[in-house]
Design a protein around this ligand. Sequence first.
Ligand SMILES: [Zn+2]
Length: 329
Amino acid sequence: MLPTITTIPLQHLASGDRLFLQLYQFTGQLGKKVYIQSNLHGGELAGNAVIHQVMEWLGKLEPEQLFGEVWLVPVCNPVGVNQRSHHYSPGRFNPYDGENWNRIFWTYEPSPEELVEFAKSCESYSLADIQQRYRQQIREAFEQLGEELHTQAGVPYTERYRYQLQSLCLDADYVIDLHTSSDQGGDFLFYFQGRESSAAMFLLETAVLLDDQDGGAFDEAFIKPWLALEECFGEMGRSLQFDIEAWTLELGTGMQLQPNSVQNGVRGIKNYLMQQGIVAEAGMSGATTQFASRKQLKRYYAPMGGMIQRQLPWQSGAIGTTPLPNPQL
Ligand SMILES: [Zn+2]
């Protein structure tokens, strides 16, 4: 099965060069839509290799083996990817305004009163019908945003860019955003409330609940309106969960394609697509994912500048460790 490839213009540079988004769409039988992207932070390259291998795998399938669509954008932020300073990439932040590229996204945020009114109007509806109606509301708000962008003068690039990127996943069921640490890091994923069983499908050792959100992240912008509606229904005495999921996978170290991290990402995404019934192959279950919450994470700061030397020998598989030639030094 070959993907449909679409090239979407993004930016016209002073040099005359143009930047584009390249979208790869695999379409099978009727089913759900999965959206996968990487390189939102320009120096975080592992996801690019992961998408490459996932596309090779999807390409070997017959259309009858795919239930739904998988959309992939390997280089979802060409401006960030092209940022380099010698061998280093400062591609985490927009060089024009200093904003973190993963804190810029628009989210649909109805007021509490509007949410209650909507929930009440859906009391006799099935979960699928509520999902369809709410999606329509999100779409209408997004279209309104688009009209404002197209009619106003002086719209910054960031706003046009985020609108373009989010337009690709607004109607998705599952969104996967691939990152790495900016520095050294392990392999884990961020997940949202109530999605533990799906989180385990990625077969990673650790999943961190995003219970401490700082706003505007890509995954959060996608799922937040749905979580708000679930909470609203819960307060009204109807417990429900929409079949909507958003994930951020963290796959190792920035500016590197660490083979283990790439392999973990590929294995996780393939298994997720199989377990969710998007790809008709048997996946693996029984993962021993450990769950933690973001509020439990502890940051450490050095009390003063200086050098850090490890006192313990490097252990294979330990998060955030790097082998030293001689641990005694
Ligand atoms: Zn990142």
